[in-house]
Write a new protein. Structure first.
Length: 462
């Protein structure tokens, strides 16, 4: 059923960003197993440098450090001049009122949208016992993590480092959140463009707020990209939205202190699948004659896939047994005939797109061996397929970790987070100063008591 939504007027950048600046270890982690290709994390920086002469970015947005610093400096001076001018006080107040109205309107439209889609989704799901069981388990799981959700939610809505709801396209869900470090005066910073998970049905940009907070504390900007979920859209719409969001990041992140030459693409669960499809489709487009592209695969320094599935042919029956019924899943993926198109593991082995595969950046997959939502074999076989066709690919496994352990419970536990530290080791590879800061960074505080985390682990439907 095609959604018909009223168009949302895109506010000016000034209006969008003013309102977001509001005032405002106990357990040893499991060891992880690294399965590596011929490349390693330490070679990430050097490999990219060696290839820079052969593969130049398509876009002129990859600015030099001097140019970016000059832009940021001019922007700050302009803000100071505007702030010191008493004549601007009335327009500023008017902008605040206008922005408040727009935010209230947007919140109301999103509430209506989510409610309507919820009822529409119930019509698709019916009353299957597996779905009902999962829903009840999800409720218990969420209640156990409420202490953590409250603290993360407070940060999301009150922190001046979070710029919410930045418009990147013309669809109702075409918005992204930016998580900025407190100190943006140290020069252009690395950037992570993140696609959230949610079984292609309940994904939302706020799901990445805990990771965004972690990254911003270590000097990394994160852009969490929202996209249309089913039944508001199907897989083609999700890939299109993700591509437009990545394009916005590539072409505009320098305005926020980001380094357009150090952009990393990341996805979790369904988001990992969407991001992988988007990256491969973009590489294929770049080889096509006459195809217009607004961003280039060469601008992505590496792809991080967390707990994703990449061969849909292997997952259809598995998901059906887990409660994501075959009829629903095939509706999301636009039928049996589209499974190949949206299976990156299958597509990279197609000789007709071998040249496109060679354009892909380093691919690093992370997966827990105790993941029953998407078995870790999904990442193993994808890495094997990539290595067979000559792509750079690595796999890191976390012993005994489930689908949500690595993304939610472990960060809420506090202390040292293995997954997060592994991601940082790739982002900061070759940057001795950043690596030195990471080595002495204080452990994060606990958000949820240990007994509640253990109970959540047991009742988790994922």
């Amino acid at each position: 059923m095609q959604s018909q939504m009223l168009p949302i007027t895109m506010p000016s950048p000034t209006m969008l960003f003013r309102t977001e600046n509001g005032d405002d270890v106990d357990d040893e982690q499991h060891s992880r197993l690294l399965l590596s290709s011929s490349s390693s994390s330490s070679s990430l920086s050097s490999n990219k440098d060696d290839n820079s002469k052969e593969k130049m970015p398509f876009l002129s947005r990859a600015l030099s450090y001097t140019h970016i610093t000059h832009l940021i400096s001019n922007k700050k001076k302009h803000k100071r001049r505007r702030g010191n001018s008493s004549d601007d006080s009335l327009p500023s107040f008017s902008r605040q009122q206008s922005t408040l109205t727009q935010e209230v309107t947007h919140a109301a439209s999103e509430t209506y949208l989510i409610t309507r889609l919820g009822f529409e989704l119930l019509r698709y799901l019916g009353v299957g016992y597996r779905w009902i069981t999962k829903f009840l388990a999800l409720g218990c799981y969420a209640m156990l993590l409420v202490p953590g959700f409250i603290q993360v939610g407070y940060y999301y809505y009150r922190s001046r480092q979070v710029h919410r709801g930045i418009v990147y396209g013309d669809q109702p869900r075409n918005r992204l959140d930016l998580y900025l470090p407190e100190n943006t005066d140290d020069g252009p910073m690395p950037v992570v463009a993140f696609i959230t998970g949610g079984a292609w049905i309940i994904g939302y940009k706020a799901w990445g707020s805990l990771l965004g907070q972690q990254l911003s504390e270590r000097g990394v900007i994160m852009a969490c990209i929202d996209y249309r979920n089913f039944p508001q859209g199907t897989m083609s719409d999700m890939v299109k939205d993700a591509s437009e969001g990545i394009s916005f990041v590539c072409n505009n992140i320098a305005d926020y202190g980001g380094d357009p030459n150090r952009i990393y693409l990341m996805g979790q669960s369904a988001g990992a699948h969407i991001a992988a499809c988007t990256l491969l489709e973009q590489a294929t487009k770049e080889l096509g004659e006459g195809d217009k592209t607004s961003w280039s695969v060469s601008q992505i320094k590496a792809y991080f896939g967390l707990s994703g599935g990449y061969d849909l042919f292997k997952l259809v029956d598995y998901f059906h047994e887990r409660g994501l019924y075959r009829s629903i899943f095939l509706s999301i993926m636009e039928g049996d005939q589209s499974l190949r198109r949206f299976s990156p593991e299958v597509r990279v082995q197609d000789p007709s797109i071998r040249s496109a595969v060679q354009l892909l950046p380093l691919i690093v997959l992370f997966h827990g061996t105790g993941d029953y939502s998407i078995p870790c074999d999904a990442s193993k076989t994808f890495v094997d397929a990539l290595q067979r066709v000559g792509a750079q690919a690595e796999l890191i496994l976390y012993e005994g970790k489930t689908h949500t352990d690595v993304f939610l419970q472990d960060p809420m536990r506090g202390g040292k987070d293995e997954l997060f530290e592994d991601i940082l080791s790739y982002i900061h590879a070759g940057d001795s100063a950043a690596l030195a800061k990471d080595a002495v960074a204080p452990p994060r505080r606990r958000l949820v008591p240990e007994f509640m985390l253990k109970l959540a682990h047991k009742v988790s439907p994922f």
